[in-house]
Design a protein around this ligand. Structure first.
Ligand code: NI
Length: 155
């Protein structure tokens, strides 16, 4: 088995917030990450696909094709966006690095033309990262009625 990885970068804002918590609970649990208007990260995403190289091409998956799929399915939708409000497939989830990995997997996996998705590694900073290998994980998702659909207005 051979493993190939494509790396991508994006910048985005998020706010960690659980709508069923009180303001005090949100502040205690999420601390600075609960900042009302959000805060930003420069993310690095690494997607690894495994398989046997095609004898005719030597490719598990053409990395140019993987790049295009990654851009289309994830990067174009999240880069320079607020992950709580602007991204349809992230609606209602708490955008931690863990939950983002799971959500990205769900978007990417059905769109791979060859090979098998092996792992998604997401760096939120140089120090903080998450690995996900596709084991079943329940991704709690609140409805639009429960979470705000746009930034609060601050007067
Ligand atoms: Ni953060």
């Amino acid at each position: 088995m051979v493993y190939v990885t494509r790396k991508a970068h994006f910048s985005a804002a998020h706010r960690l917030y659980n709508p069923t918590f009180t303001d005090e609970q949100n502040e205690r649990v999420f601390d600075k990450c609960n900042n009302l208007l959000g805060h930003g990260h420069n993310y690095t995403l690494e997607v690894t696909v495994r398989g046997i190289p095609d004898p005719a091409t030597g490719y598990v998956i053409d990395l140019k094709i993987l790049k295009d799929i990654l851009d289309h399915v994830i990067i174009d939708k999240v880069d320079h966006k607020h992950l709580n409000y602007d991204v349809e497939f992230l609606r209602g989830i708490i955008p931690t690095v863990e939950n983002l990995c799971v959500a990205f997997w769900q978007e990417l996996e059905p769109n791979l033309p060859s090979g098998t998705l092996h792992s998604i590694r997401l760096f939120e900073s140089d120090q903080n990262l998450c690995d996900y290998f596709g084991e079943p994980v329940e991704l709690p998702r609140w409805t639009s009625a429960e979470v705000p659909t746009h930034l609060p207005s601050v007067v």
